[in-house]
Design a protein around this ligand. Sequence first.
Ligand code: ADP
Ligand code: MG
Length: 362
Amino acid sequence: MIRIEGLSKKFGNLTVLKDINTKIEQGEIISIIGPSGTGKSTFLRCINLLETPSGGKIFIDNIDILDKKTDVPKIRQKMGMVFQSFNIFSHLTVLENLTIGPVKLLNIPFNEAKEKAMDLLKMVGLAEKADFFADELSGGQKQRIAIARCLSMNPEIILFDEPTSALDPTMVSEVLAVIRRLAKNGMTMLIVTHEMDFAKDVSTRVFYMDEGIIYEEGTPQDIFNNPKNEKTKSFINRIRNLHFTINTPNYDLYKLNAEIEYFFEKHIISKRNTHSTLLVIEELLTIYSNYFNVFNIELIIEFSEKHNTINIHFKYFGDENNLLESEELEDEISLSLIKNLCESFDYIFEDNYNKINISLRN
Ligand code: ADP
Ligand code: MG
C-alpha cells in the first residue's frame, strides 16, 4: 500500500532523513519509535506531503506521489493525520467538526454526513457531546474527536504523530483504546509513539528510527524483547550512561563519587545500589593503580530504567592484565569484595584493550 524508496529530507544543511526504504501492506499497524529529533514526524509529514522530500520515491497504491502529474489533493484524501495537538476547530461544535470536511470536500449531503458523524461519535464514545463546542471538552475527548474527524474523510491510511503526548496521564488510555479499536477493524496505521506497552501489543511491525534511517525494524517481539543493535537496545531498555575518563594517578575520587551519586539520585537508584557501585569502582581503581600501574581508564556506568540493573564497564589500552587470573591478587581483599557485590564479572582482552564488564547484584 505504501512503498518508500531512498527517501531523504534535508532542512538547509541538516539531513534529517538519510535513506528510508520500506513497504507497508494494507492493514499493517506500524509503530515508529526512537529518540526525539530523529525525524519521526518528518517521516510522517513526507508521506502525506506536508513536507517535500529532498530525494527518493513514495508510492501510495502504486502511484508515485512525488510525480508532478499526480493529483496531490486526491492522494492526501487517502491519508488522515492525527497530531499531538488535537487539530480540531474550537469554534465549531463537535458535530460540525465532523461534517464540515465531508460536506465541503467530499460533496456528501449534510444529512448523510451527519448520520456518519453520529456513528463515528458513538464509536469514539462521544455521541452525547455532539452539540458541545470542541473547547468544552477535555484533552482526551478532543483527541478522540480528532480521530473521528479524520475517519469522517474515509481515509485508507491514518498517520498518528504522538497522539497521546500532550495528554494528562489519566486520559492516555481512552485515546489508545480508540486506536486499538481501529486496529481491530483493519485500518492501516503508522503511529509515532512513546507508549511502549501500547506499541508492543498493537503493532504488526515496529520501526526504530535513528540516524536518519529505519535503524532496526521487526515484530514487536523482535524489537522489544530481542533488539539486535546497540542503539535499539539502549532505547528499549532505557539505558542511561555515565562516562568517565581517568588518566592520572591523581584523579579526584571525591568528584567522581559525587557525580555518580548525583546521577543515581536523579534516577532514583537505591542507596544500597549506589553504595555498591561506588565500592566496586573504588576497589577496581585501587587494584589497577596499585598492582598494574594503569592510569588510562575509561569507565562507563549503565543504568537500565526498564530492568533496574546497573552495569559497570571498565576498559583500558595496554598489556593483558587478567585480574581474575592474577596470582598477585589471589588473596587481595579488594577483589573478593567486588566479586561479592556482582552478579557477573567478566574479563576480556580484545584489540589490546583490557575490558571488564560487571553486572551488579540487585
Ligand atoms: P522527531 O519527530 O523524531 O522528534 P522531527 O522530525 O520533528 O523529529 O525533527 C527532526 C529534526 O529536524 C530536528 O532536528 C528538527 O529540529 C528538524 N526540523 C524539523 N522540522 C523542521 C523544519 N520545518 N525546519 C527546520 N528544521 C526542522
Ligand atoms: Mg515528532
